[in-house]
Design a protein around this ligand. Structure first.
Ligand code: G6P
Length: 378
């Protein structure tokens, strides 16, 4: 079927606005209704994929790699399974030693990224003929189960973003995050690393996310557009976050680079002092993701250090947060949300900021130069 822009100026903007629906579809598909007596999570994966699991290796590229980093955080913190995330293009030529009882997850929106497919194939082949515990347990996370990835791996979690046209991934990223929340919770439930109460609380929190994204979209659309006007000539941007929001800093920087061609870097806020702080001055704005929780005060104090170097500070932080409001020059407020669930919300203002800066600069947002929707060459 022809996909249309439905009144939006670009596909990317339409796809950003489709994210509440993507989260709803994922909730419906991956979780059983609250009143159900069965396990709350339903990914349709066989138990032997999970049995005696000792390690997880995740292979991906680009935005999918960022989703994988959040997946690692969730799996390690909730299910207590040691997890590594690799760029597929690197892993192919320098794989980790073969370990027993290891789940290997390939994450690719398109299901066609050459490096990701090659890394998975290599992993499968080098484990063939070894004892059962060394055999590859392969799982794919993809928006296109009919893709080459779908043929390569025996098990798939289908992400439910629908077709994405904009080259810069937005709703497919959110859909990948939802797959990782479901997977981490499924593992945690089976291994009983979190209590039933905690599990229910997290799932209830996820159910609130669609309307929180809607509220964020509503309040941010004008704010980010106005802010974008002030950065049309900016040459460098820094994005910082910590913990579960560090990968969102990476993703915010990647979105800006991809479509606005502005140099941007994402950094874990605590690492700023080990180099990048030397770049800061009044010409380099810093976007800080500051969500109450385990690293909130740390991020705020890292942001203060940037402000002391005259950087303009933009805060992605909950609405009506007194402390944050005083530090930041500009606010991109989101709803109050648990830190564990916050990445699904904090990414939205960063997508909008990148979009509006690129649109303001008159660039071809949906078809940025030098980039392709899926990279089928090495
Ligand atoms: C290309 C796209 C990126 C995407 C990456 C991985 O570089 O421009 O937006 O994140 O490929 O794509 P995949 O389909 O494997 O998720």
């Amino acid at each position: 079927a022809m996909v249309e822009k439905q009144g939006f100026k670009h596909f990317m903007l339409k796809e950003i606005h489709e994210q509440p629906g993507v989260v709803r579809a994922s909730l419906d598909a991956y979780f059983n209704p609250a009143e159900s007596t069965e396990s709350p999570i339903n990914l349709g994966l066989p138990a032997d994929l999970y049995n005696d699991l000792e390690q997880i290796q995740i292979l991906a590229c680009g935005t999918s790699w960022h989703a994988a980093l959040i997946g690692k955080y969730l799996i390690e913190q909730l299910a207590e399974i040691s997890t590594q995330v690799h760029y597929a293009s690197e892993y192919r030529y320098a794989p980790s030693p073969v370990t027993a009882n290891t789940l290997i997850i390939g994450v690719t929106q398109s299901g066609e990224t050459a490096d990701t497919l090659a890394a998975l194939t290599m992993e499968k082949e080098r484990r063939q003929g070894r004892e059962p515990k060394y055999q590859a347990r392969l799982l794919g996370i993809t928006n296109r189960p009919e893709s080459s990835l779908g043929h390569l791996v025996p098990h798939v979690i289908s992400t439910l973003a629908g077709i994405e046209i904009g080259v810069a991934a937005t709703k497919t990223f959110t859909a990948q995050l939802m797959a990782f929340y479901a997977l981490a919770l499924d593992l945690a439930a089976r291994r009983q690393t979190v209590s039933k109460d905690t599990l229910d609380k997290i799932i209830n929190g996820l159910r609130q996310i669609p309307k929180e994204i809607e509220a964020t979209l509503e309040s941010q659309e004008r704010l980010t557009e106005q802010l974008a006007h002030e950065f049309a000539e900016t040459q460098d941007f820094i994005f910082v976050g910590r913990g579960i929001n560090f990968p969102i800093a990476l993703e915010g920087a990647l979105k800006l680079k991809e479509i606005s061609y502005i140099h941007a870097e994402g950094y874990p806020a605590g690492e700023m002092k080990h180099g990048p702080i030397a770049l800061l001055d009044a010409k380099v704005p810093v976007v800080a993701i500051a969500i109450p929780g385990s690293v909130y005060e740390k991020v705020i104090s890292n942001a203060q250090e940037a402000k002391a170097r005259d950087s303009r500070l933009i805060g992605v932080t909950p609405v009506n947060d007194g402390e944050a409001a005083e530090i930041f020059n500009d606010l991109l407020p989101i709803s109050h949300v648990e830190e564990l669930l916050s990445p699904i919300l904090t990414v939205v203002p960063l997508q909008l900021l990148a979009y509006h800066i690129a649109a303001r600069r008159g660039l071809d947002v949906d078809q940025p130069r030098n980039l392709a929707k899926s990279v089928t060459v090495e």
